[in-house]
Structures are given as C-alpha cells and as structure tokens.
Write a protein that binds this ligand. Structure first.
Ligand SMILES: Nc1ncnc2c1ncn2[C@@H]1O[C@H](COP(=O)(O)OP(=O)(O)OP(=O)(O)O)[C@@H](O)[C@H]1O
Length: 263
C-alpha cells in the first residue's frame, strides 16, 4: 500500500516548548491507523498540522505525494481530507438532516449568484443534497432522527452525525480525534462498525487519536505511539501493548501496569 499522508520531519514549538519534535510517520492508503501516546505527547498538535489548522515551524506534510504543508483546512477539505469537529453551537438548532445538508462543498446553492440567476440548478442540487443526506442518515441508522434538532441528540448520536458530515463530501482521509469520549458502549459499537464499513466498502482512510484502547484494538492496524513529540514505535496493537518502552512512557515503568488499564 502507498502512503496517503506523509509527515516528514515536522517540528512545532510553542515558545520554549517543543510540542512536535522532528516527527516523521506515514499513514497508508486504506488503513485505519491509530495514534496513541501519553498526555502531552504532541498528538493533537500533529493532527492540527496535518489538518491545516496549525502551520509547522519546519518539515513537510504530503497528501498523496503532494506537498500540502501549511495549506488551510478548507483547501485540504477540497482535497477530501476531513477532520471531524464537534457540531458547532449554532447548528444545534438545526435538524440532523439540515446539519448534513449544510456541509460546505456538498451544495452549490450557497452563492448569491447561483441562487439569483440559476434557481433551477440550485433547486435540483438541493434535492440531490437532500437525497444524499437521507442516504447518509440511513447508512448511520439515524434515519428516524432526521427531523430531530442536533442539540437534542445524545453524545454518541452527535458523533455519528459528525461522521456523517464526512460522508457528504466523500472524504478520502478522515482524522478522528477522541471520538469515544463520552459515548456509551452501544453507540460506540455503532460508531466503530460504521468506521469499519466506510473503510472496507468505500475505501476511506482513517487516522485516529484515541485514548480508548478497546476501540484502538478493535479498529486500528497499525498503531503509532508518540512520546515527547516524536514517534516512539509503530506496530500492531499487540506489539505496542507488549513493548516495554511504551509501558515506560505511559506509566514510568510500573511493572504490573498494562496499557489497557490506562483507558
Ligand atoms: N496552543 C498551545 N500553546 C502552548 N502550548 C501548547 C499549545 N497546544 C499544545 N501545547 C502544549 O504542547 C504539548 C503537546 O500537546 P498536545 O495537545 O499536542 O498533546 P496530546 O498528545 O494531544 O495530549 P492529550 O492526549 O492530553 O490531548 C503539551 O505540553 C501542551 O501543553
């Protein structure tokens, strides 16, 4: 498999603190790659750099071999690299269906020019976007909640809806940041099953930061471990959990600790 994301020698400092330190890693196309590491290891900072919300001080990010270092997130969105975000507060007063229909790029009716001069086109596209949004809701088993206000959904249902937003643009690479936090086990199972289906049936690549080791074990291969701003090791979840360096990084060498206990 070829790399779809290449992080090459990336460094990011905040004042005197080096949050990401000459970090290099690759995410293979078609994989569900996990990124784990102790608090403060630099995972979120690295994600922000890959997603275009932070520029690195040095180093490069390649997307499918193309240098995208420093491109803003909306430009990366256009290249189908998508990061899930919490549903914005102002969208909580819209229904689940409307939330999906609002995804930028999913509709062409947002410019005044098209709305005024090409109303038939806008109407047709709106109906296509609506059908797509309904399909996505059905795929995620949220169809019955389509007219529910997003603000009334449970934590897990909101995460499903966030995943749904990536489907409105046929994402190729999806960055997921701690999706398990605050989600009950049943919905977590649905979320994991949907991620697997999107990966297997639609070829989505996922790059996942997660503290929930059960979810990492269920979904991710390989797992990349970051510590102190760079990659400590990469391997299967079994290899990672058995590696003394990883245990040391998480627990400072506590002899009986296992990674699973940290979740
Ligand atoms: N905007 C910022 N300004 C200053 N320091 C920051 C900023 N963002 C992150 N840091 C620092 O950079 C380091 C790496 O943080 P980061 O959030 O990337 O780690 P993480 O591995 O995602 O941690 P966690 O698992 O706790 O979310 C930490 O020491 C953090 O305090």
């Amino acid at each position: 498999m070829a790399a779809i994301i290449d992080v090459k020698d990336v460094t990011k400092r905040f004042g005197s603190l080096t949050a990401v330190n000459r970090c290099s890693l690759s995410v293979e196309a078609g994989s569900i790659t996990g990124l784990i590491g102790p608090n403060g290891a630099g995972k979120t900072t690295l994600f922000n750099i890959v997603a275009g919300t932070l520029a690195p001080d040095s180093g490069q990010i390649l997307l499918d071999g193309e240098d995208v270092t420093g491109l803003p997130s909306h430009a990366l969105f256009g290249k189908k690299l998508v990061r899930t975000f919490q549903i914005p507060h102002e969208f909580s007063h819209m229904t689940a269906l409307e939330n999906l229909m609002m995804v930028p790029g999913a509709q062409a009716g947002e410019t005044l020019f098209s709305a005024w001069f090409r109303p038939a086109l806008v109407a047709r596209q709106e109906s296509e976007v609506r059908s797509r949004a309904l399909e996505v809701l059905d795929f995620l088993k949220l169809g019955r909640l389509r007219n529910e206000l997003a603000g009334n959904l449970s934590g897990g249902q909101k995460k499903l809806l966030e995943l749904g937003r990536t489907m409105m643009v046929d994402a190729r690479v999806v960055l997921l940041d701690e999706i398990a936090a605050g989600v009950n086990r049943t919905l977590l199972n649905d979320l994991a099953a949907n991620i697997q289906r999107l990966n297997e049936e639609f070829g989505y690549t996922f790059f996942v930061i997660e503290h929930d080791m059960d979810l990492i074990a269920r979904l991710c291969d390989p797992v990349i471990v970051m510590a102190e701003g760079s990659v400590m090791m990469e391997g299967s979840i079994e290899e990672v959990q058995a590696d003394p360096r990883v245990i040391e990084a998480y627990f400072g060498g506590a002899p009986t600790a296992t990674l699973r206990e940290s979740a």
